[in-house]
Design a protein around this ligand. Structure first.
Ligand code: ADP
Length: 403
């Protein structure tokens, strides 16, 4: 039967190697128990089922699957086309956003210059509005630009040595005024034993941190926002870092937890309608961290708060300066009404060999200072009854020159 097929040229793949093909084929048939596919000389595709029967015979079924294969190919082609179109759209958006951003910078810059000239009350109002609207629009355009760059797989990272702890401090410093306005505490707990300098893209990490910490401040009305960094050495010279941003804000319902990382997705409920934003921040954050080969996650409980985190493995920067402890400081007095802040400071100071005395208020600090001597006083400013400045003044009035 096979030789008949060969003689009539039914098997294109056998041409020129008929005997070998025949041997392979016979072997395959003798041992076959299953399904194979082959193409006939007229282009049709045949699916071959071969099965042995218990009494040593065999059953073979041949089925024409040409149409099925054509449909499959058409589907594959359509998918590839759709993906290409999607990428092209993102690439177009990335280019367009750039084209929009350039003149917008001109508008904002010129409006700023205009504001510095002598204007009537009414003209100033107009110019200020142009400036602030332009700035708001630029923020949105930048989000879209970044997002479409990530989508079009055109985002390039620029790794360099940087100080992660300092980067976090800088981001929180920028968000501090908003947190203070809302009366919430913005705190950082950077593991004392962790190196602070790594090689990574500081600009993009800053963007991720700004988004996560910014969201935490935005969606929290009372309580605190805590940024915590822990990590361990993964391989020599590389650390796996866990950065979490915990808040005591409105929280996210379980059914929305996956949804919020999607593009343009915001949780729309009565409780958060008052918050503005593009809904692109978390989508960008997730893609940036994935681009850095890390992962993002979120835990949340409605009404209690949220905890966003990301994991990232970064090489330690070789230029890492040796940590020098201020050896002259042996005793520190720490004053803060917040339990969390006292704990963080104690955990940061104690490993430096400093003995730490914790006080909950200015009054407690004054009596501690009267009873003992300290090399430094570290105080919070924002405390009930006596604030940090008042405490400092009271210490000086008492003739104590402790820094
Ligand atoms: P945007 O903040 O611009 O709306 P994001 O992508 O950063 O966009 O966030 C998407 C949505 O996820 C937010 O609109 C909000 O509903 C929810 N969300 C993000 N962070 C928090 C948080 N810390 N607490 C509660 N909800 C949050």
């Amino acid at each position: 039967l096979l030789r008949h097929g060969l003689r009539n040229g039914h098997v294109p793949e056998a041409v020129g190697r008929e005997e070998d093909w025949l041997a392979e084929r016979l072997d395959q048939m003798r041992h076959a128990n299953g399904v194979t596919e082959c193409q006939l000389s007229d282009g049709r595709w045949i699916e071959e089922h071969d099965h042995r029967t218990p009494d040593g015979g065999r059953v073979g079924v041949r089925r024409d699957i040409t149409q099925q294969r054509e449909q499959q190919a058409a589907l594959e082609a359509a998918r590839a086309e759709a993906e290409a179109a999607n990428r092209a759209k993102s690439a177009f958006l990335a280019n367009m956003s750039h084209e929009i951003r350039t003149p917008m910078n001109g508008v904002v810059g010129m409006a700023e210059l205009l504001c510095d000239t002598s204007l009537s009350e009414e003209q100033r109002l107009f110019a200020e509005t142009i400036r602030s609207s332009g700035e708001a629009l630029l923020v949105i355009i930048n989000d879209i630009l970044d997002y479409s760059k990530l989508e079009a797989e055109r985002m390039t990272l620029f790794p360099e040595p940087f100080d992660l702890e300092r980067t976090i401090h800088e981001v929180t410093m920028l968000l501090q005024p908003r947190a203070r306005e809302k009366g919430i505490d913005l705190m950082i707990d950077f593991d004392m034993f962790l190196p602070t300098r790594y090689v990574g893209d500081p600009g993009r990490l800053r963007q991720v941190l700004t988004n996560l910490i910014g969201n935490a401040v935005k969606f929290t009305d009372k309580g605190h926002v805590l940024v915590r960094v822990v990590g361990l050495e993964d391989q020599p010279g590389r650390h796996q870092l866990h950065v979490t941003v915990e808040d005591t804000g409105i929280g996210i319902a379980p059914e929305n937890l996956d949804h919020i990382f999607g593009e343009f997705n915001q949780v729309e409920t009565q409780s958060n309608r008052k918050f503005e934003g593009t809904g692109l921040g978390l989508a960008i954050t997730q893609r940036l961290i994935e681009r850095m080969e890390g992962a993002v996650w979120v835990d949340s409980e409605m009404g209690k708060g949220s905890c966003f985190g990301f994991r990232l493995t970064l090489p330690v920067a070789e230029d890492a300066p040796v940590l020098r402890h201020p050896l002259k400081i042996k005793r520190a007095l720490v004053v803060d009404d917040q339990f969390m802040n006292r704990t963080i400071l104690e955990r940061q100071l104690a490993p430096c060999g400093i003995s730490v005395t914790l006080c909950r208020s200015g009054a407690e600090a004054l009596s501690a200072l009267a009873a003992g001597s300290y090399d430094v006083v570290i105080t919070d400013h924002d405390m009930p009854e006596m604030d940090g400045l008042q405490l400092a003044n009271r210490i000086r009035e008492g003739g104590n020159l402790v820094p």
